[in-house]
Design a protein. Sequence first.
Length: 114
Amino acid sequence: MAKTERKARVRTSIVGGVVTFADAETGKVWASVSAVGMSETLRMECATHGIKQVVNDFDNTADDREGAVRKACEMLNQGQWPSRRGQVDEQAMYAALAAKAGMTVEQLKSKLGL
């Protein structure tokens, strides 16, 4: 199952060291995991896997994957959470919003008063 399909089906939340997994449509909680009760070894394994995932997910559309990986690692090593803060293409944004709303870009802009 592709990541986008999985994300469409499973909603996750993290509150107070507890990760909860629920059905994205119904909200029914399937299971949860508490990091508080884990052994130090297991907690470290989970953290290490999380680092791998965070670095791989950082700007995963970048043409320069090496640069993106280096930047994500640099940010983590400096104590920062890697986040992509690039410019959003305005026309692509309007097109995506209009498609989601089932209208044309012109209709969307009119509705927004633009």
